[in-house]
Design a protein around this ligand. Structure first.
Ligand code: SF4
Ligand code: SF4
Length: 384
């Protein structure tokens, strides 16, 4: 009898874009609006409660950058240029399906790029106040989320009721919990997966029922796997900084191909948006959403102490050997904040620190490998 070939449960997310395409296409045909988002401050739950499908449109492709540079400054973050390049080339089917974009005032580059997108695409902009400890700023954010709810209700002739918001919150809390549990597997000395594999376990569309089931199955499967002795000897890296969106994983690959293991990612494609849930029992679910999202520790906030607290916590929980701070070229907020992350790593946590500033092009890979190998060798020598 022929043996059925073993298919790793991780394979499901290797085809993440195809699954999202099928899901969005079916929803689109049935009349559900596709709503593009580009930041973790945008509460997906409000869009879901209005019957929409929120899709992350952040660009990770180096190929889209040259067309964007005809309109945008070359010295701009590659994530912004790539996202804009997809728009110019009409190369992202999800963007082409999108009935609406929900944007937000975070960094200057994104904010101004949104104005160009809005010339031809319907857009609603959330104004994100940036003084995170100021109660008035929080009230303004609550107000912005109410305006988004009212806008969606009007546009889609629907009611975003408390019950619908609670259902969306439950779905997103479940997804966050499952992804947190998957990430926590990397706390082990010899984890059953690499940081790169973990990075693939996410989707540009949240809350797809089949994805949630797969997260559960993968978790069960990984927990039953024997330890990976090969990963035990790797240098444990806490990766901080900018998001590593789909297609832009080069630095994570370089770290893991040259002796490191990315045990935790502090960024927006890692644990930052997952560490806090929305209170499912709050009497005002919209306010509860405002609470969770307003306190996301992105470098656009000032002061941004919560980010340093998160880094402290992750370094301890994941027993990091070093901190690698990734900055996309021309990302001023993360770049300036890098000095504080360095101080925290070296002076308080006593961990070696490496700042990597790069873009989506592989042209500096050889130089990065030299710096990473030197860092890992120093750590291995100090272990001996
Ligand atoms: S890093 Fe900041 S601006 Fe970028 S997606 Fe995250 S929250 Fe939004
Ligand atoms: S990485 Fe920095 S510059 Fe790029 S979009 Fe995010 S916050 Fe803005």
């Amino acid at each position: 009898m022929k043996k059925t070939p073993f298919i790793s449960p991780l394979a499901w997310f290797e085809e993440m874009i195809d699954h999202c395409y099928d899901y969005a296409e079916t929803a689109h045909v049935k009349g559900a609006p596709i709503v593009g988002i580009m930041c973790e401050y945008t509460p997906r739950e409000i869009i879901m409660a209005a019957g929409g499908i929120p899709v992350c449109l952040c660009g990770g492709s180096a190929q889209r950058i040259s067309s964007a540079e005809k309109h945008l400054p070359a010295n701009l973050c590659p994530l912004i240029k790539s996202t804009f390049g997809y728009h110019l080339e009409k190369a992202n089917p999800f963007l082409e399906w999108a009935d609406l974009l929900v944007a937000e005032t975070t960094c200057d580059g994104k904010k101004k790029m949104y104005e160009l997108l809005a010339e031809t695409r319907p857009m609603h902009v959330l104004e994100l106040p940036q003084k995170v400890d100021d109660p008035d700023a929080f009230e303004h954010w609550v107000c912005e989320l109410r305006k988004l709810r009212d806008f969606l209700e009007k546009r889609y002739r629907t009611r975003v009721t408390a019950a619908r918001l609670r259902r969306a919150i439950a779905t997103m809390n479940r997804e966050r919990r499952l992804r947190r549990e998957l990430a926590a597997l990397l706390q082990a000395d010899a984890p059953p997966l690499t940081g790169r594999q973990l990075l693939d376990l996410k989707s540009i569309i949240s809350g797809i029922p089949a994805d949630l089931e797969q997260y559960g199955m993968i978790l069960k499967w990984l927990r039953s796997r024997p330890e990976s002795p090969a990963l035990r000897s790797r240098v444990r890296v806490l990766l901080t900084g900018v998001p590593v969106v789909h297609g832009a994983e080069r630095v994570v690959d370089l770290i893991e191909k040259h002796g490191g293991l990315v045990v935790a990612m502090e960024n927006c494609t890692g644990l930052r948006p997952l560490v806090d849930d929305v209170d499912p029992r709050a009497s005002d679910p919209l306010r509860a959403l405002a609470q969770k999202y307003f306190h996301l520790p992105c470098s656009v906030m000032t002061p941004n102490r919560r980010r340093l607290d998160l880094i402290r916590r992750l370094a301890a929980d994941y027993r990091a050997d070093c901190v690698v701070d990734l900055i996309w070229q021309a990302c001023l907020t993360y770049d300036v904040e890098s000095a504080r992350v360095k101080r925290l790593a070296e002076e308080e946590l006593k961990l070696p620190f490496l700042r990597i500033e790069t873009d989506y092009s592989p042209s500096d890979s050889a130089r990065l490998v030299v710096r990473l190998e030197a860092l890992f060798e120093t750590i291995r020598r100090s272990r001996r």
